[in-house]
Design a protein around this ligand. Sequence first.
Ligand code: GAP
Length: 517
Amino acid sequence: MAQEDVFKKLVAHCKEYGFVFPSSDIYDGLGAVYDYGQNGVELKNNIKRYWWESMVRLHENIVGIDSAIFMHPTIWKASGHVDAFNDPLIDNKDSKKRYRADVLIEDQIAKYDEKIEKDVEKARKRFGEKFDEALFRETNPQIQEHIRKREALHERMSNALNANDLNEVRQIILDEKIVCPISGTCNWTEVRQFNLMFATEMGSTAEGASKIYLRPETAQGIFVNFLNVQKTGRMKVPFGIAQIGKAFRNEIVARQFIFRMREFEQMEMQFFVRPGSELEWFKKWKTTRMRWHQLLGFGEENYRFHDHEKLAHYANAATDIEFKFPFGFKEVEGIHSRTDFDLSQHQQYSGKKIQYFDTELNESYVPYVIETSIGVDRMFLQIMSAAYCEEDLSKDGKQDSRVVLRLPAALAPVKMAIMPLVKKDGLPEKAQEIMNLLKYDFNCQYDEKDSIGKRYRRQDAIGTPFCITVDHQTLEDHAVTIRDRDTMQQERVAIDQLFGILKEKCDMQTLLRKMTE
Ligand code: GAP
């Protein structure tokens, strides 16, 4: 199945099984805003817990905060967001559709990549087993030409964007003959900068309302609390402050479901270090964060670092952790060495001294910062797209299939479904009894409707690792049948073993322990 179709199915699955709904659904939705349903919120909370505990609980020198969404407007001046948090936009005069100019060019760059991959695939078919892909890529003149054009275009775009040369950005679109996907024409307006922050007013007009912003990142709430936390927590550099919270961006190209949203959640951690030690810490955090991702078991080959060649003026190193989504490798998390830029800017704009006295060095300095920043929703999408699986179970000429979410057990919304075989003979009561035994530690679901087969499929579709069936024999031998989601194997276990099984397989601790091994 084409990856595009897989993705469409995944989006439909998210709605059908109570993971993600379009916001304001009965009013036909609101662009790039989504609600999480009964299963989605459980998965989302588990992702946040995995992040929070691996940051805050496992690191004695990292603490958490929860800062307000509204902040003093000068913060966004100091951070550079008022002046530079912009997207270059262009309109097509025929379709009246608006696009991000850089995204139009990036899509054109991606076309060269597609051409390269197509040529490689053709050659693979032609040469069969003898095919040496690396050699082919290096020596085939057509591929070399695509690579040359791709790199030239990439460089021209980067130069134009870095120089904020919007005429040149438009000229690239014209030179590449990039057309509007709707009208198919090249009838483009000028390119304009558009600030991504949502603004609103605080206070009534009578008392002089002031313009404030909905935060576009959670990081600034951490920077402006640096002194508060450092002093009250008696924190010693190196130390970190972590935060999970909502962020808002007026994204123009909001596509790919919850990949790019206008209201989303971030999990950010700012790690404050001695100036000069930041690149060593950057390396450490790269390793730690990649391990956090890979422990989920979706295959190391599906992750990669994308080190930034062009750095923001305040950064001295930056990388993205990318995951192979159905629509290609895309950023899930950013790790940035941001020097002392943010704290120094807030020192200057607030007029307050933001420094740390290092007793070992006997000197004061503005600490340097390593930032790890990941979107909860994007991580959610990453997990869902990696876990979604359509399995053909046909056997002996009998057609059968299932959709199963192979979620890591610790993140699954429901850990165990408890099912009485029939709705009578005391089986529901026994099932409820087991439910009452386990529900204080694990999210369990009681299900008595439909055939056992249908109930299994329903639980597979939401990624429940275990189903247990209570039958007549249970009343005598105090044992149940436990079915494993992935292998579909069933075995008989004593009721008093259930807690141990769930603890070993589904507890977050199991995952967290691996983080420190
Ligand atoms: N403080 C740094 C910062 O905000 P960013 O690269 O703009 O950096 C960090 O964002 C992460 O937040 C991204 O890697 C992505 O996971 C998530 N993110 C950013 N914009 C998003 C959006 N519009 N919708 C969903 N997630 C987004």
